[in-house]
Design a protein around this ligand. Structure first.
Ligand code: 5AD
Length: 357
């Protein structure tokens, strides 16, 4: 490996900060390398990332029970299979009782975080959501609730926080204005996404951002901006996974993202923020049979198996062939525990909050 490259990684490890140009250099160096060198680079950086995460969390892996509460969405993101314009989706909404039943199943399986994720669906008013959140929190005193329901006003975020929501995932998708406009309809702006993210932090949520790897028009420069944004925003969580085209979106013929690059970026993000909660995402597991494990071995420390009612899972198809069975299913927790044990990790029954360092 190149001497300048090694120096930049060393700097990242010690300072936890690089300039945007330096981030771009370490991304380009990887992207321009041949397959053999790419593997060497990944091995080198992932070892450092695993050392870093183990210093903070030991060999613990946190699990989250993911409930996809609605696949209705008022937005029309060009990459997403549940975009408003896709008329082929069978739409569904989970009612409070469905959600509470899923929590019951999840709690018994050992989940202590429930993630309520969904499209931007105006059906779920603040009042409806607050009622659901309060009911979960009343019944289960030792669980954390994560919401992932898109952009909202600061007032709405506050009501949900007051009702008991602990965390909020809102991927920024890209930190580059022009790139953002190529992925979204004109009505959506990076500035309002950032406003939401800032509001979440101010309200005391553990806030999560993130982006797709290999999304159309992404470049080493835009990824460098993503890393710089992550460094500066200091999210408690960050979700990244490869872009996977969906057959009924404008991006249906675009190439899918690369799992190697995704793993490399997981490791870099771990080095930037050693205590960050970093999931090995379903998208990674969808593209590579071994994706979950590769993610963990690159520095991820969270997995989010699907806890939605079985009949709904296939309809939450944000990209083609989305995995929702076997090791992506909450019921398969024993299988997941075994997989983690085999690589020296342990699934813990814990809320899995971000640890202060
Ligand atoms: N491929 C991969 N990830 C996708 N997402 C949406 N569509 C796709 C796709 N086609 C991601 C977005 C979104 C999250 C819920 O899923 O980053 O924020």
């Amino acid at each position: 490996m190149d001497k300048n490259y090694l120096e930049l990684i060393k700097k990242l490890e010690t300072k936890k900060s690089l300039s945007t140009t330096e981030y771009e250099a370490i991304i380009s160096y990887y992207q321009n390398a041949n397959a053999k060198l790419q593997k060497e680079i990944r091995d080198y950086v992932s070892k450092k990332a695993v050392d870093a995460v183990k210093k903070v969390y030991g060999n613990a892996i946190f699990i989250r029970g993911l409930m996809e509460i609605s696949n209705y969405c008022k937005n029309d993101c060009l990459y997403c299979g549940i975009r408003r314009s896709n008329k082929e989706v069978e739409r569904y909404r989970l009612k409070k009782d469905d959600i509470l039943s899923a929590c019951e199943v999840g709690y018994d399986l050992g989940f202590r975080t429930f993630v309520l994720q969904g499209g931007e669906d105006p059906y779920y008013t603040d009042d409806i959501l607050c009622d659901i959140i309060k009911s979960i929190k009343e019944k289960y005193k030792d669980v954390a609730i994560t919401l992932s329901l898109g952009e909202k006003s600061k007032e709405s975020f506050k009501k949900l926080r007051d009702a008991g929501a602990d965390r909020y995932l809102l991927r920024h998708e890209t930190a580059d204005d022009n790139h953002y406009s190529l992925l979204h309809p004109e009505s959506m702006l990076l500035s309002s996404r950032m406003e939401s993210l800032n509001a979440l932090k101010e309200l005391g949520y553990q806030a999560g951002c993130g982006f797709m790897v290999g999304s159309p028009y992404q470049t080493a420069t835009t990824i460098a901006k993503d890393l710089k944004f992550i460094e500066e925003f200091k999210p408690a969580m960050c979700g990244i996974g490869p872009f996977i085209p969906h057959h009924n979106t404008p991006f249906k013929n675009m190439p899918k993202g690369d799992t190697g690059l995704t793993c490399y970026l997981l490791s870099l993000i771990r080095l930037i923020i050693p205590n960050i909660l970093l999931p090995a995402t379903t998208a990674l597991a969808t593209l590579s049979g071994n994706g979950r494990i590769e993610g963990i071995l690159s520095g991820a420390n969270v997995i989010m198996p699907n806890l939605s009612p079985l009949s709904n899972r296939k309809n939450y198809e944000i990209y083609d062939n989305k995995a929702y069975q076997n090791d992506e299913a909450a019921e398969s927790i024993e299988l997941i525990k075994e997989q983690m044990k085999n690589i020296g990790y342990e699934i813990v029954i814990d809320r899995g909050d971000v640890k202060k360092i």
